[in-house]
Structures are given as C-alpha cells and as structure tokens.
Design a protein around this ligand. Structure first.
Ligand code: THU
Length: 144
C-alpha cells in the first residue's frame, strides 16, 4: 500500500522525537509506524548509562504496536537530529534504520514495507525494506 498520509506519519515522528532520551550520543531519533488498519504508533530512542542497553526509536515504536496486538504494517517514518557537536555524527543525512532495526522489521513486514527517512515534512527519502535488507535471515519464513 503506497497510498497513505505520509505527512501525518512524518509529523508523528518529528513530534515524538521531542521525547527522545539521548544524553550520551546527542542524537535524537523519533519513529512513527503505520499499521494496516491506519493506526500510528510512535517511539523515541532511550539511551542508558550502560550504552548497549539503549533502544532505538524504531524498535520502541514496534514494541508499542506489537504490545497493542498489531501485527501488520505499511510504513515507518524515521527522523534523527544531532544535538551536540560530535563530528562523527551527521545531522544532515537522512536517518536510516540501523541493522538491528532492519532485522526487527523483517520479522513483521513484507518486502514492500516503506521506510521514510525524513529531515522535515517536505524533505524526505523513501526506501523499501527489500532494498534496505536484502537476503534477510528468517526462521519459518517470518510472519508475513
Ligand atoms: N538510533 C535510533 O534510535 N535509530 C536509528 O535509526 C539510528 C540510531 C539511536 C541509537 C542511539 O541512541 C543513537 O541513535 C545514536 O546511535
């Protein structure tokens, strides 16, 4: 399904990004996930003193949706913003999901699942899961 309200999804991701907890990296991420039924679930990254314990915005949004009983998804918007001067992190690039999040998406989403990487409501790039995660590993063929 590529007919859906992209602006609403982008707005939701930008809004939830305000709640990101990222004092260690200074990289604030918001994600908004659209279900087949038209609902939007959101998530922000939540970091931790023990760095690997932190969770990405994308998996936060998926966990919220899964916890509400949702299993079928159409698209996700991801938006990231650097808020410190760490030269290793770009504030200009479109924020792409990390490898772990791509694997997570693969469990529930089909090849056509769309990932909107947005810098603003007007400035975004769309990729399908198929192009971001070719040859994904799945036991039993996954959910879809
Ligand atoms: N992060 C996300 O939440 N999603 C992404 O797509 C990329 C990375 C978070 C993890 C960590 O809190 C911070 O961004 C820097 O890696």
């Amino acid at each position: 399904m590529s007919e859906y309200d992209k602006t609403a999804l982008i707005k939701a991701a930008l809004e939830v990004r305000k709640n990101a907890y990222a004092p260690y990296s200074g990289f604030y991420v918001g994600a908004a996930l659209l279900t087949e039924g038209g609902k939007i679930f959101t998530g922000a990254n939540a970091e931790n003193s023990s760095f690997p314990v932190g969770v990405c915005a994308e998996r936060s949004a998926f966990a919220a949706a899964i916890s509400s009983g949702e299993r079928k998804f159409v698209a996700m918007c991801v938006t990231g913003e650097r808020q410190n001067n760490n030269p290793l992190m770009s504030s200009n690039d479109y924020c792409m999901p990390c490898g772990m999040c791509r694997q997570f998406m693969t469990e529930f989403c089909g090849k056509e699942f769309e990932i909107i990487s947005a810098r603003s409501e007007e400035d975004y790039q769309i990729n399908t899961l198929d192009t971001l995660m070719p040859g994904a590993f799945l036991l039993f063929g996954g959910f879809t």
